[in-house]
Design a protein around this ligand. Sequence first.
Ligand code: BES
Ligand code: ZN
Ligand code: ZN
Length: 497
Amino acid sequence: MNIQIHNFIEQYPNTLIVPVEKGSNYEKTIQQIATLSGIEASRLTNDFTAKAKEVHIFYTQNEGVSPKICLLGLGEKPAFAEVLRIFRSFAFRYKSKLPKDIGIYLLNNAHASNTIENWVDGAVNGLLLGLYDIGLYKTKEKTTCALQGQDAQLDIFVDGQAFTKAQMAVENGRATAETQARILDLVNAPHNKMTASMLANWAMKSGKTYGFETTVLGGAEIELLGMGAMLAVNRGSEEAPAFIIMEYKGGNSDSPRVGLVGKGITYDTGGLSIKTRNMHYMKSDMGGAAAVLGTMELTAKLQLPIHLIGIVPATDNCVDAKSIKPGDVVSSFSGKTIEIIDTDAEGRLVLADGVAYMNKVFRPDIMIDLATLTGSVVQALGYEAGGLFTNNNDLSAQLQAAGDDSGERLWQLPLWKSYFSDMQSDIADIKNYSGKPTSGAITAAKFIEFFTNEHPAWAHLDIAGVAFGGSEFAKDKSGTAYGVRLLTTFLKKVSIA
Ligand code: BES
Ligand code: ZN
Ligand code: ZN
Protein backbone atom coordinates (compact mmCIF):
# COMPACT_ATOMS: atom_id res chain seq x y z
CA MET A 1 0.00 0.00 0.00
CA ASN A 2 1.27 3.43 -0.91
CA ILE A 3 0.72 5.95 1.89
CA GLN A 4 1.02 9.67 1.22
CA ILE A 5 0.69 12.75 3.37
CA HIS A 6 -0.92 15.88 1.90
CA ASN A 7 -1.54 19.28 3.42
CA PHE A 8 -4.47 20.11 1.20
CA ILE A 9 -6.96 18.05 -0.77
CA GLU A 10 -6.09 18.21 -4.41
CA GLN A 11 -7.97 15.13 -5.39
CA TYR A 12 -10.48 13.35 -3.21
CA PRO A 13 -10.12 9.59 -2.71
CA ASN A 14 -12.98 7.24 -3.38
CA THR A 15 -13.75 6.89 0.33
CA LEU A 16 -12.89 9.53 2.90
CA ILE A 17 -12.59 8.41 6.53
CA VAL A 18 -13.17 11.17 9.03
CA PRO A 19 -12.20 10.33 12.61
CA VAL A 20 -14.21 12.49 15.01
CA GLU A 21 -13.80 12.82 18.74
CA LYS A 22 -16.53 13.77 21.14
CA GLY A 23 -16.29 17.10 22.89
CA SER A 24 -14.94 20.47 21.90
CA ASN A 25 -13.84 19.55 18.40
CA TYR A 26 -16.96 17.64 17.42
CA GLU A 27 -19.04 20.49 16.05
CA LYS A 28 -16.19 22.08 14.17
CA THR A 29 -15.37 18.84 12.38
CA ILE A 30 -19.00 18.09 11.59
CA GLN A 31 -19.40 21.61 10.21
CA GLN A 32 -16.42 21.10 7.90
CA ILE A 33 -17.82 17.82 6.64
CA ALA A 34 -21.23 19.38 6.15
CA THR A 35 -19.71 22.13 3.99
CA LEU A 36 -17.64 19.68 2.05
CA SER A 37 -20.44 17.19 1.43
CA GLY A 38 -23.39 19.51 1.07
CA ILE A 39 -25.29 17.59 3.77
CA GLU A 40 -26.79 19.72 6.53
CA ALA A 41 -24.80 19.60 9.77
CA SER A 42 -27.95 18.95 11.85
CA ARG A 43 -28.64 15.77 9.85
CA LEU A 44 -25.14 14.55 10.62
CA THR A 45 -25.31 15.40 14.34
CA ASN A 46 -28.67 13.61 14.54
CA ASP A 47 -27.21 10.37 13.25
CA PHE A 48 -23.67 10.46 14.62
CA THR A 49 -22.49 11.38 18.11
CA ALA A 50 -18.84 10.21 17.80
CA LYS A 51 -19.11 7.46 20.40
CA ALA A 52 -16.05 5.20 20.40
CA LYS A 53 -16.22 2.78 17.42
CA GLU A 54 -19.41 4.40 16.03
CA VAL A 55 -19.44 4.39 12.22
CA HIS A 56 -21.71 6.48 10.00
CA ILE A 57 -21.36 6.08 6.26
CA PHE A 58 -23.09 8.32 3.73
CA TYR A 59 -22.86 9.21 0.03
CA THR A 60 -22.43 12.63 -1.53
CA GLN A 61 -22.98 13.85 -5.06
CA ASN A 62 -20.97 17.04 -4.72
CA GLU A 63 -18.76 17.50 -7.73
CA GLY A 64 -15.15 16.44 -7.12
CA VAL A 65 -15.68 15.31 -3.50
CA SER A 66 -15.31 11.69 -2.28
CA PRO A 67 -18.55 9.93 -3.15
CA LYS A 68 -18.42 7.98 0.11
CA ILE A 69 -17.71 9.47 3.52
CA CYS A 70 -17.17 7.43 6.71
CA LEU A 71 -17.48 9.24 10.00
CA LEU A 72 -15.57 7.24 12.61
CA GLY A 73 -16.31 7.90 16.29
CA LEU A 74 -13.33 8.05 18.65
CA GLY A 75 -15.16 8.86 21.89
CA GLU A 76 -13.94 11.43 24.37
CA LYS A 77 -10.25 12.43 24.53
CA PRO A 78 -8.98 9.27 22.84
CA ALA A 79 -5.46 8.27 23.88
CA PHE A 80 -3.09 6.84 21.27
CA ALA A 81 -4.09 3.27 22.11
CA GLU A 82 -7.78 4.12 21.57
CA VAL A 83 -7.10 5.62 18.14
CA LEU A 84 -5.15 2.51 17.18
CA ARG A 85 -7.77 0.11 18.55
CA ILE A 86 -10.66 1.91 16.84
CA PHE A 87 -8.93 2.06 13.45
CA ARG A 88 -7.96 -1.60 13.76
CA SER A 89 -11.45 -2.68 14.51
CA PHE A 90 -12.87 -0.41 11.77
CA ALA A 91 -10.48 -1.86 9.17
CA PHE A 92 -11.28 -5.39 10.28
CA ARG A 93 -15.06 -4.85 10.12
CA TYR A 94 -15.15 -2.86 6.88
CA LYS A 95 -12.20 -4.23 4.92
CA SER A 96 -14.34 -5.95 2.30
CA LYS A 97 -16.21 -2.69 1.65
CA LEU A 98 -13.19 -0.40 1.38
CA PRO A 99 -12.00 0.53 -2.13
CA LYS A 100 -8.35 0.56 -3.17
CA ASP A 101 -8.03 4.30 -2.63
CA ILE A 102 -9.04 5.78 0.68
CA GLY A 103 -8.21 8.92 2.60
CA ILE A 104 -8.09 9.99 6.22
CA TYR A 105 -9.21 13.51 6.98
CA LEU A 106 -7.15 15.15 9.76
CA LEU A 107 -7.32 18.77 8.63
CA ASN A 108 -7.93 21.84 10.77
CA ASN A 109 -7.35 20.57 14.27
CA ALA A 110 -9.63 17.61 13.89
CA HIS A 111 -6.97 16.03 16.07
CA ALA A 112 -7.53 18.34 19.02
CA SER A 113 -6.91 16.18 22.11
CA ASN A 114 -3.84 14.32 20.90
CA THR A 115 -0.70 15.03 18.91
CA ILE A 116 -0.76 14.68 15.14
CA GLU A 117 1.97 12.01 15.35
CA ASN A 118 -0.23 9.91 17.59
CA TRP A 119 -3.25 10.30 15.32
CA VAL A 120 -1.33 9.36 12.19
CA ASP A 121 0.70 6.59 13.83
CA GLY A 122 -2.40 5.10 15.50
CA ALA A 123 -4.50 5.36 12.34
CA VAL A 124 -1.87 3.74 10.08
CA ASN A 125 -0.90 1.06 12.61
CA GLY A 126 -4.56 0.29 13.32
CA LEU A 127 -5.70 0.29 9.70
CA LEU A 128 -2.90 -2.00 8.51
CA LEU A 129 -3.14 -4.39 11.45
CA GLY A 130 -6.91 -4.58 10.99
CA LEU A 131 -6.27 -6.28 7.63
CA TYR A 132 -4.58 -9.19 9.45
CA ASP A 133 -6.03 -12.61 8.64
CA ILE A 134 -5.66 -15.36 11.22
CA GLY A 135 -6.67 -18.23 8.89
CA LEU A 136 -3.08 -19.35 8.25
CA TYR A 137 -3.92 -22.98 7.63
CA LYS A 138 -7.27 -22.70 5.91
CA THR A 139 -7.37 -24.44 2.53
CA LYS A 140 -10.14 -22.29 1.03
CA GLU A 141 -8.66 -19.52 -1.06
CA LYS A 142 -8.47 -16.25 0.82
CA THR A 143 -10.66 -13.37 -0.23
CA THR A 144 -8.27 -10.44 -0.36
CA CYS A 145 -9.64 -6.95 -0.13
CA ALA A 146 -8.87 -4.07 -2.50
CA LEU A 147 -6.73 -2.33 0.12
CA GLN A 148 -4.30 -5.25 0.16
CA GLY A 149 -3.51 -4.88 -3.54
CA GLN A 150 -0.19 -3.54 -4.86
CA ASP A 151 -1.88 -0.45 -6.24
CA ALA A 152 -3.75 0.45 -3.03
CA GLN A 153 -3.40 4.06 -1.97
CA LEU A 154 -3.94 5.76 1.39
CA ASP A 155 -3.90 9.57 1.43
CA ILE A 156 -3.69 11.32 4.78
CA PHE A 157 -4.66 14.98 4.89
CA VAL A 158 -3.04 17.04 7.64
CA ASP A 159 -2.35 20.71 8.32
CA GLY A 160 0.76 22.14 6.67
CA GLN A 161 2.84 22.54 9.82
CA ALA A 162 2.28 18.89 10.75
CA PHE A 163 3.57 17.55 7.45
CA THR A 164 7.04 16.30 8.49
CA LYS A 165 5.90 14.87 11.81
CA ALA A 166 3.05 13.09 10.05
CA GLN A 167 5.42 11.57 7.54
CA MET A 168 7.60 10.09 10.29
CA ALA A 169 4.51 8.82 12.06
CA VAL A 170 3.42 7.01 8.88
CA GLU A 171 6.72 5.16 8.75
CA ASN A 172 6.51 4.22 12.42
CA GLY A 173 2.90 3.06 12.14
CA ARG A 174 3.56 1.02 9.02
CA ALA A 175 6.78 -0.58 10.27
CA THR A 176 5.14 -1.45 13.59
CA ALA A 177 2.03 -2.95 12.01
CA GLU A 178 4.07 -5.13 9.64
CA THR A 179 6.21 -6.55 12.42
CA GLN A 180 3.21 -6.99 14.72
CA ALA A 181 1.43 -9.01 12.01
CA ARG A 182 4.50 -11.26 11.72
CA ILE A 183 4.52 -11.66 15.50
CA LEU A 184 0.82 -12.55 15.52
CA ASP A 185 1.63 -15.33 13.03
CA LEU A 186 4.35 -16.64 15.36
CA VAL A 187 2.11 -16.73 18.43
CA ASN A 188 -0.93 -18.07 16.56
CA ALA A 189 1.08 -20.90 15.01
CA PRO A 190 0.57 -24.24 16.80
CA HIS A 191 3.54 -26.18 18.10
CA ASN A 192 3.82 -28.49 15.09
CA LYS A 193 4.27 -25.41 12.91
CA MET A 194 6.55 -23.52 15.29
CA THR A 195 9.25 -25.53 17.03
CA ALA A 196 12.39 -24.11 18.66
CA SER A 197 14.43 -24.50 15.48
CA MET A 198 11.70 -22.82 13.42
CA LEU A 199 11.78 -19.90 15.85
CA ALA A 200 15.57 -19.78 15.40
CA ASN A 201 15.18 -19.74 11.61
CA TRP A 202 12.71 -16.90 11.89
CA ALA A 203 15.27 -14.91 13.90
CA MET A 204 18.06 -15.64 11.38
CA LYS A 205 15.91 -14.52 8.47
CA SER A 206 14.64 -11.41 10.23
CA GLY A 207 18.22 -10.48 11.18
CA LYS A 208 19.38 -10.83 7.57
CA THR A 209 16.47 -8.77 6.26
CA TYR A 210 16.51 -5.96 8.81
CA GLY A 211 20.12 -5.81 9.95
CA PHE A 212 20.91 -7.60 13.20
CA GLU A 213 23.21 -10.52 13.92
CA THR A 214 21.81 -13.85 14.99
CA THR A 215 23.67 -16.77 16.55
CA VAL A 216 21.89 -19.98 17.42
CA LEU A 217 23.33 -22.42 19.97
CA GLY A 218 22.13 -26.00 19.58
CA GLY A 219 21.87 -28.84 22.10
CA ALA A 220 25.58 -29.70 22.17
CA GLU A 221 26.68 -26.10 22.75
CA ILE A 222 24.00 -25.55 25.36
CA GLU A 223 25.32 -28.60 27.18
CA LEU A 224 28.93 -27.51 26.83
CA LEU A 225 28.07 -24.14 28.35
CA GLY A 226 26.47 -25.88 31.32
CA MET A 227 22.95 -24.60 30.81
CA GLY A 228 21.46 -27.34 32.95
CA ALA A 229 18.16 -25.56 33.60
CA MET A 230 17.45 -25.10 29.93
CA LEU A 231 18.43 -28.72 29.21
CA ALA A 232 16.25 -29.97 32.06
CA VAL A 233 13.16 -28.55 30.35
CA ASN A 234 14.22 -29.97 26.98
CA ARG A 235 14.78 -33.51 28.35
CA GLY A 236 11.22 -34.62 27.62
CA SER A 237 11.21 -33.17 24.13
CA GLU A 238 11.52 -34.76 20.70
CA GLU A 239 12.73 -31.42 19.36
CA ALA A 240 16.20 -29.92 19.68
CA PRO A 241 16.47 -26.86 21.91
CA ALA A 242 17.71 -23.53 20.51
CA PHE A 243 19.37 -20.74 22.44
CA ILE A 244 18.89 -17.74 20.14
CA ILE A 245 21.19 -14.74 20.54
CA MET A 246 20.54 -11.56 18.56
CA GLU A 247 22.52 -8.35 18.53
CA TYR A 248 21.73 -5.00 16.92
CA LYS A 249 24.37 -2.30 17.23
CA GLY A 250 22.70 1.05 16.63
CA GLY A 251 23.80 4.47 17.84
CA ASN A 252 27.38 4.92 19.02
CA SER A 253 29.59 3.74 21.88
CA ASP A 254 27.68 6.02 24.30
CA SER A 255 24.30 4.53 23.41
CA PRO A 256 22.79 2.45 26.19
CA ARG A 257 23.09 -1.30 25.96
CA VAL A 258 19.77 -3.02 26.59
CA GLY A 259 19.35 -6.79 26.99
CA LEU A 260 16.00 -8.49 26.42
CA VAL A 261 15.34 -12.11 27.37
CA GLY A 262 12.12 -13.82 26.24
CA LYS A 263 10.62 -17.10 27.42
CA GLY A 264 10.52 -19.29 24.32
CA ILE A 265 8.47 -22.30 25.41
CA THR A 266 7.01 -23.32 22.07
CA TYR A 267 4.52 -25.59 23.86
CA ASP A 268 3.88 -26.17 27.54
CA THR A 269 2.23 -29.46 28.43
CA GLY A 270 3.38 -28.94 32.02
CA GLY A 271 5.70 -31.94 31.71
CA LEU A 272 5.06 -34.73 34.22
CA SER A 273 3.19 -32.18 36.36
CA ILE A 274 0.86 -32.26 33.39
CA LYS A 275 -1.72 -29.56 32.74
CA THR A 276 -5.30 -30.68 33.09
CA ARG A 277 -7.11 -27.88 31.26
CA ASN A 278 -6.79 -25.48 28.36
CA MET A 279 -3.54 -27.03 27.20
CA HIS A 280 -4.19 -25.90 23.61
CA TYR A 281 -3.60 -22.30 24.69
CA MET A 282 -0.04 -23.25 25.56
CA LYS A 283 1.09 -22.83 21.94
CA SER A 284 1.30 -19.19 23.06
CA ASP A 285 3.88 -19.89 25.78
CA MET A 286 6.51 -18.27 23.57
CA GLY A 287 4.75 -14.89 23.86
CA GLY A 288 7.78 -13.43 25.67
CA ALA A 289 10.09 -14.69 22.93
CA ALA A 290 7.75 -13.23 20.30
CA ALA A 291 7.91 -9.82 22.01
CA VAL A 292 11.71 -9.97 22.00
CA LEU A 293 11.92 -11.13 18.37
CA GLY A 294 9.47 -8.43 17.27
CA THR A 295 11.34 -5.73 19.20
CA MET A 296 14.67 -6.78 17.64
CA GLU A 297 13.14 -6.65 14.17
CA LEU A 298 11.37 -3.32 14.63
CA THR A 299 14.34 -1.66 16.36
CA ALA A 300 16.60 -2.65 13.47
CA LYS A 301 14.01 -1.61 10.90
CA LEU A 302 13.59 1.82 12.50
CA GLN A 303 17.36 2.01 13.08
CA LEU A 304 16.94 3.21 16.66
CA PRO A 305 20.15 4.61 18.19
CA ILE A 306 20.62 1.85 20.74
CA HIS A 307 22.68 -1.28 21.33
CA LEU A 308 20.10 -4.03 21.70
CA ILE A 309 20.70 -7.67 22.55
CA GLY A 310 17.94 -10.25 22.49
CA ILE A 311 18.10 -13.76 23.93
CA VAL A 312 15.48 -16.44 23.46
CA PRO A 313 15.94 -19.81 25.17
CA ALA A 314 13.58 -21.97 23.13
CA THR A 315 12.23 -25.49 23.69
CA ASP A 316 8.90 -27.17 24.32
CA ASN A 317 8.02 -28.70 27.70
CA CYS A 318 6.83 -32.25 27.05
CA VAL A 319 6.23 -35.63 28.65
CA ASP A 320 8.60 -38.54 28.15
CA ALA A 321 10.39 -41.27 30.13
CA LYS A 322 13.38 -38.94 30.02
CA SER A 323 11.47 -35.93 31.35
CA ILE A 324 12.68 -34.25 34.52
CA LYS A 325 10.72 -35.43 37.51
CA PRO A 326 9.41 -33.47 40.45
CA GLY A 327 12.06 -33.85 43.11
CA ASP A 328 15.01 -33.84 40.68
CA VAL A 329 17.89 -31.43 41.24
CA VAL A 330 19.47 -29.77 38.20
CA SER A 331 22.40 -27.43 37.66
CA SER A 332 22.35 -24.13 35.78
CA PHE A 333 24.56 -21.80 33.74
CA SER A 334 25.13 -19.65 36.85
CA GLY A 335 26.45 -22.68 38.75
CA LYS A 336 23.50 -22.58 41.17
CA THR A 337 21.48 -25.75 41.74
CA ILE A 338 17.70 -25.97 41.45
CA GLU A 339 15.27 -28.44 43.02
CA ILE A 340 12.37 -29.10 40.66
CA ILE A 341 9.15 -29.18 42.66
CA ASP A 342 6.81 -28.75 39.72
CA THR A 343 7.81 -29.39 36.10
CA ASP A 344 5.10 -26.94 34.98
CA ALA A 345 7.19 -24.10 36.43
CA GLU A 346 9.51 -24.47 33.41
CA GLY A 347 9.57 -20.90 32.12
CA ARG A 348 11.63 -19.68 35.05
CA LEU A 349 14.13 -22.49 34.39
CA VAL A 350 14.90 -21.43 30.84
CA LEU A 351 14.92 -17.78 31.94
CA ALA A 352 17.39 -18.57 34.75
CA ASP A 353 19.92 -19.61 32.10
CA GLY A 354 18.83 -16.82 29.74
CA VAL A 355 19.31 -13.94 32.20
CA ALA A 356 22.52 -15.40 33.68
CA TYR A 357 24.03 -15.73 30.19
CA MET A 358 22.87 -12.25 29.14
CA ASN A 359 24.37 -10.72 32.26
CA LYS A 360 27.68 -12.52 32.08
CA VAL A 361 28.36 -12.30 28.36
CA PHE A 362 26.82 -8.95 27.39
CA ARG A 363 26.80 -6.92 30.64
CA PRO A 364 23.79 -4.82 29.59
CA ASP A 365 23.04 -1.46 31.27
CA ILE A 366 19.40 -2.48 31.41
CA MET A 367 18.11 -6.06 31.40
CA ILE A 368 14.45 -6.90 30.86
CA ASP A 369 12.92 -10.36 30.67
CA LEU A 370 9.44 -11.08 29.33
CA ALA A 371 7.49 -14.27 29.91
CA THR A 372 4.05 -15.81 29.90
CA LEU A 373 5.11 -17.02 33.30
CA THR A 374 2.24 -17.55 35.74
CA GLY A 375 -1.50 -18.04 35.98
CA SER A 376 -1.11 -16.07 39.19
CA VAL A 377 -0.48 -12.77 37.39
CA VAL A 378 -3.71 -13.33 35.45
CA GLN A 379 -5.52 -13.81 38.77
CA ALA A 380 -4.07 -10.51 40.00
CA LEU A 381 -4.31 -8.24 36.95
CA GLY A 382 -6.58 -10.05 34.52
CA TYR A 383 -6.14 -9.17 30.87
CA GLU A 384 -5.59 -5.44 31.36
CA ALA A 385 -1.90 -5.17 32.19
CA GLY A 386 1.29 -7.14 32.41
CA GLY A 387 2.91 -7.57 35.84
CA LEU A 388 6.05 -5.47 36.35
CA PHE A 389 8.73 -6.50 38.83
CA THR A 390 11.84 -4.43 39.49
CA ASN A 391 13.83 -2.88 42.32
CA ASN A 392 14.87 0.05 40.15
CA ASN A 393 12.47 2.98 40.53
CA ASP A 394 13.63 4.85 37.42
CA LEU A 395 13.29 1.77 35.26
CA SER A 396 9.87 1.14 36.76
CA ALA A 397 8.70 4.67 35.95
CA GLN A 398 10.10 4.51 32.40
CA LEU A 399 8.50 1.15 31.68
CA GLN A 400 5.14 2.19 33.13
CA ALA A 401 5.21 5.41 31.09
CA ALA A 402 5.96 3.42 27.93
CA GLY A 403 3.09 1.11 28.87
CA ASP A 404 0.65 4.00 29.24
CA ASP A 405 1.83 5.68 26.02
CA SER A 406 1.66 2.52 23.93
CA GLY A 407 -1.51 1.18 25.51
CA GLU A 408 0.37 -2.02 26.43
CA ARG A 409 0.08 -1.36 30.13
CA LEU A 410 2.12 -2.56 33.08
CA TRP A 411 1.34 -2.63 36.79
CA GLN A 412 4.03 -3.05 39.40
CA LEU A 413 3.97 -5.78 42.06
CA PRO A 414 6.43 -6.04 44.96
CA LEU A 415 9.71 -7.95 45.15
CA TRP A 416 10.19 -7.78 48.93
CA LYS A 417 12.91 -9.98 50.39
CA SER A 418 10.49 -11.86 52.62
CA TYR A 419 8.90 -13.53 49.59
CA PHE A 420 12.17 -15.30 48.87
CA SER A 421 11.91 -17.59 51.88
CA ASP A 422 9.14 -19.50 50.07
CA MET A 423 11.65 -20.44 47.38
CA GLN A 424 14.34 -21.87 49.65
CA SER A 425 15.08 -25.54 49.10
CA ASP A 426 16.30 -27.95 51.77
CA ILE A 427 18.68 -29.76 49.44
CA ALA A 428 19.58 -27.30 46.65
CA ASP A 429 20.29 -23.56 46.28
CA ILE A 430 16.69 -22.76 45.33
CA LYS A 431 13.46 -24.58 44.37
CA ASN A 432 11.34 -23.77 41.35
CA TYR A 433 7.96 -23.57 43.08
CA SER A 434 6.91 -22.41 46.53
CA GLY A 435 4.21 -25.06 46.82
CA LYS A 436 1.82 -22.40 48.08
CA PRO A 437 -1.36 -21.22 46.39
CA THR A 438 -0.53 -17.55 47.10
CA SER A 439 1.61 -14.83 45.46
CA GLY A 440 2.78 -17.13 42.64
CA ALA A 441 3.72 -14.32 40.23
CA ILE A 442 5.93 -12.72 42.88
CA THR A 443 7.71 -15.90 43.96
CA ALA A 444 8.34 -16.67 40.26
CA ALA A 445 9.91 -13.21 39.92
CA LYS A 446 12.02 -13.86 43.03
CA PHE A 447 13.25 -17.06 41.38
CA ILE A 448 14.44 -15.19 38.27
CA GLU A 449 15.96 -12.42 40.39
CA PHE A 450 18.16 -15.09 42.03
CA PHE A 451 19.92 -15.57 38.66
CA THR A 452 20.40 -11.88 37.77
CA ASN A 453 23.51 -11.49 39.94
CA GLU A 454 21.89 -8.45 41.57
CA HIS A 455 21.81 -6.53 38.32
CA PRO A 456 20.96 -2.93 39.33
CA ALA A 457 18.58 -2.28 36.41
CA TRP A 458 16.70 -5.51 35.85
CA ALA A 459 12.95 -5.78 35.26
CA HIS A 460 10.77 -8.84 34.81
CA LEU A 461 7.49 -8.57 32.89
CA ASP A 462 4.96 -11.36 33.45
CA ILE A 463 2.76 -11.15 30.35
CA ALA A 464 0.70 -14.34 30.79
CA GLY A 465 -2.58 -12.36 30.76
CA VAL A 466 -1.83 -10.02 27.88
CA ALA A 467 0.15 -11.95 25.26
CA PHE A 468 -2.80 -14.08 24.17
CA GLY A 469 -6.41 -12.99 24.45
CA GLY A 470 -9.67 -11.94 22.85
CA SER A 471 -9.49 -9.86 19.67
CA GLU A 472 -11.53 -9.12 16.57
CA PHE A 473 -9.38 -11.60 14.64
CA ALA A 474 -10.65 -14.78 16.27
CA LYS A 475 -13.57 -16.45 18.05
CA ASP A 476 -11.19 -17.99 20.57
CA LYS A 477 -8.10 -16.39 22.08
CA SER A 478 -5.29 -15.30 19.77
CA GLY A 479 -1.94 -13.53 19.81
CA THR A 480 -1.79 -9.82 20.64
CA ALA A 481 1.85 -8.94 19.78
CA TYR A 482 1.98 -7.39 23.27
CA GLY A 483 5.40 -5.99 24.05
CA VAL A 484 6.55 -4.92 20.59
CA ARG A 485 5.13 -1.40 20.84
CA LEU A 486 5.75 -1.20 24.58
CA LEU A 487 9.46 -2.00 24.24
CA THR A 488 10.14 0.12 21.15
CA THR A 489 8.41 3.07 22.86
CA PHE A 490 10.63 2.44 25.89
CA LEU A 491 13.79 2.08 23.78
CA LYS A 492 13.14 5.36 21.93
CA LYS A 493 12.98 7.13 25.30
CA VAL A 494 16.09 5.55 26.86
CA SER A 495 18.12 6.06 23.70
CA ILE A 496 17.81 9.84 24.05
CA ALA A 497 17.90 10.02 27.86
N1 BES B 1 2.94 -21.14 30.86
C1 BES B 1 2.43 -21.23 32.17
C2 BES B 1 1.77 -19.96 32.66
C3 BES B 1 0.54 -19.49 31.96
C4 BES B 1 -0.69 -19.72 32.52
C5 BES B 1 0.62 -18.76 30.80
C6 BES B 1 -1.83 -19.24 31.89
C7 BES B 1 -0.53 -18.30 30.17
C8 BES B 1 -1.74 -18.53 30.72
C9 BES B 1 3.56 -21.58 33.15
O1 BES B 1 4.60 -22.32 32.65
C10 BES B 1 2.94 -22.37 34.26
O2 BES B 1 2.48 -23.43 33.99
N2 BES B 1 2.93 -21.80 35.44
C11 BES B 1 2.39 -22.43 36.59
C12 BES B 1 3.41 -22.32 37.70
C13 BES B 1 3.17 -23.18 38.86
C14 BES B 1 3.29 -24.63 38.52
C15 BES B 1 4.18 -22.81 39.91
C16 BES B 1 1.09 -21.71 36.95
O3 BES B 1 1.01 -20.51 36.84
O4 BES B 1 0.15 -22.40 37.34
ZN1 ZN C 1 4.32 -24.41 32.76
ZN1 ZN D 1 4.94 -22.12 30.58
